[in-house]
Design a protein around this ligand. Structure first.
Ligand SMILES: [Zn+2]
Length: 200
């Protein structure tokens, strides 16, 4: 743990530890950097953070981060309305958009089913997803959850919800490494997996 440097400094060190991969040592280094060397940067960071927290919400349709009630993709009427691609993380949407020609809708779960961590269907927006299925616009659900145990379990759960409503379900197939994460798959592989998706 950081030595006692004063309540406000300790508090900042502790706060920085909410970032992924930041332990006590790097949090302390960041704190010193911000306070000693880059106070302008620190002010920009504080302002950007508080503005983003105030003005960025989740798109009410796909749950991706958005400054408006509907994100640009959901508001785009040129996109296909009959395909819905389901991903774990917002970064997966970015990866698929960059790697493929997909022009349908998205739904972001923000995680995967993980009963041990208390992450159930509610936390993943499944009730909202069911409402979307029941609007009868979606004809194909593309499951693009990660090929991990949890991602597969989540995909299986959602595929059953879709299939009982007579929606066809496909799953990304070739070349995605087992246990991998979509975000880190190269775009050629992701593009191939997307176009080679299989019915399940
Ligand atoms: Zn959206």
């Amino acid at each position: 743990m950081a030595a006692k440097l004063g309540a406000k400094i300790d508090n900042l060190i502790e706060a920085l530890r909410c970032l992924p991969g930041v332990g006590p040592k790097s949090a302390q280094r960041m704190t010193f950097h911000l306070l000693e060397r880059n106070r302008d940067g620190a002010e920009r960071l504080a302002a950007a953070l508080s503005q983003a927290l105030e003005q960025v919400q989740h798109c009410e349709r796909c749950r991706i981060l958005s400054e408006d009630a509907l994100c640009a993709r959901c508001a785009d009427t040129e996109r296909r309305q009959d395909q819905l691609c389901i991903v774990e993380m917002p970064s997966d949407v970015v990866a698929i958009e960059q790697a493929t020609q997909y022009k349908g809708q998205y739904f972001v779960l923000s995680g995967h089913l993980s009963p041990l961590d208390g992450i159930g269907p509610e936390a993943l927006g499944i009730p909202q997803l069911i409402t979307r299925f029941d609007e009868h616009e979606i004809e194909e659900v593309i499951l693009a959850t990660n090929p991990t145990v949890e991602g597969e379990a989540t995909a299986h759960y959602i595929s059953q919800l879709a299939q009982t409503r007579n929606i066809s379900v496909t799953r990304l197939a070739h070349g995605i490494p087992l246990g991998g994460e979509l975000e880190y798959v190269d775009s050629g592989t992701l593009s191939h997996a997307f176009s080679g998706r299989e019915s399940i």
